[in-house]
Design a protein around this ligand. Structure first.
Ligand code: HEC
Ligand SMILES: [Cu+2]
Length: 340
């Protein structure tokens, strides 16, 4: 095949790849990504990526230049006949092509190994660090703050510029906790506790993902990391600690609360101090998304309560039978669960 023909055939493929790859950042939903990290762990990891890319690129260029030079210089000339002069064994060459890769590997290995140990640093006993327990569930995330005695779901709230020491585990299968914009990732294994740390250098909202195939709705197992200032964080903790007040009897939320107590309370707590096997709904109305994936609007709350399976396949929330009136009342009640 003529070279230009080959190029013409490869061009659409390259174009396709560039579209697919540029999709990686937009899927994540925020402009932070492993290539644009907002935390020290992500930055360290990016510097390793750059170093290894640089070395690989260097090798690539040297090999290609030598290759081109040799192909041209030793090409078959006009009138040339017979076998060209053969060279066998060259101590100089052998030493050169052993020593150069060795040096390159050392340049790569020293920062890699030291970073591997640095990133495994355990902050679980450090006083300045915040302790957070991450529990993966099919298909949602639970976050416990043992120092404050609070539990939440789907939204991980953390203070900016603070090391967060995570202890990670799972109640069912293996999940993987990943916040691409901050760094990571780490598996959550049932019956085991893994540790990792992260920090965020800028306030904002970062997208989190489950990065280990864990069942039908693995791809929908999203969460958010909400990075706030230290004061906002303390305020949030205080609000989470406040007991959720029961609704007054004559209030128009009373019916919703009553249905909630009868049909949902067996699984869901509305007090931030209660743990449990199911998402804690304290402050649910402040969450941007329902079940971590859909806009937190009346429409989606109703869809979720009416038929959770239609929103998330294989979901472990049952389809609780509800009349239209009950659905309305429950939705109103859920929308009243703010931290104000
Ligand atoms: C058997 C336990 C169980 C019962 C009963 C139950 N749920 Fe759930 N609920 C779950 C599970 C599990 C999830 C997490 C689903 C997921 O995202 O994968 C969930 C998620 C939710 C969420 C989304 C939370 C968030 O932060 O996005 C809401 C809202 C909710 N349930 C409301 C209700 C209401 C209202 C009822 C009563 C009609 C109810 N649930 C009954 C188990 C239950
Ligand atoms: Cu998962």
């Amino acid at each position: 095949m003529k070279p230009w023909k080959l190029a013409k055939r490869l061009a659409p493929l390259l174009l396709l790849f560039s579209f697919v790859l540029s999709g990686c950042s937009s899927i994540l939903g925020d402009d932070a990504s492993p290539l644009n990290p907002k935390g020290s762990v992500g930055e360290d990891q990016l510097s390793l990526i750059k170093l290894s890319l640089f070395i690989m690129f260097f090798v690539l260029v040297v090999v290609f230049v030598l290759y081109a030079y040799i192909v041209v210089k030793f090409r078959k000339r006009k009138n040339q006949t017979g076998v060209p002069k053969q060279t066998e064994g060259s101590h100089v060459l052998e030493i050169v092509w052993t020593v150069i890769p060795l040096v390159l590997l050392l340049i790569l290995a020293v920062p890699m190994v030291s970073q591997t140990f640095a990133l495994a640093k355990d902050y679980s006993e450090t006083k300045e660090a915040e302790q957070v327990k991450v529990i993966g569930h099919q298909f949602w995330w639970e976050f416990q703050y043992p120092e404050h005695g609070i539990t939440t779901a789907q939204d991980l709230v953390i203070p900016v510029n603070t090391k967060i020491a995570f202890e990670l585990t799972s109640t069912d299968v293996i999940h993987s906790f990943w916040v691409p914009g901050l760094g990571g990732k780490m598996d959550t294994n049932p019956g085991m506790t893994n540790k990792m740390y992260l920090d965020a250098k800028e306030t904002g909202v970062y997208k989190g993902k489950c990065a280990e195939l864990c069942g039908a709705s693995h791809a929908l197992m999203d969460f958010k990391v909400i990075v706030v200032t230290e004061e906002e964080y303390q305020e949030w903790v205080a609000k989470m600690l406040e007991p959720t007040q029961p609704v007054a009897e004559q209030d128009d939320l009373a019916l919703g609360e009553q249905i909630f107590k009868a049909k949902c309370m067996s699984c869901h707590a509305v007090d931030g101090t209660q743990g449990g096997l199911y998402p804690n709904l304290k402050g649910f109305a402040d969450r941007e998304l329902v079940a971590g994936i859909r806009p937190n609007t009346e429409e989606w709350i109703k869809k979720w309560l009416d038929d959770p399976e239609s929103v998330k396949e294989g979901v472990l929330m049952p389809d609780v039978p509800l009349t239209d009136e009950e659905l309305d009342a429950l939705t109103k009640y859920l929308q009243s669960l703010t931290l104000e």
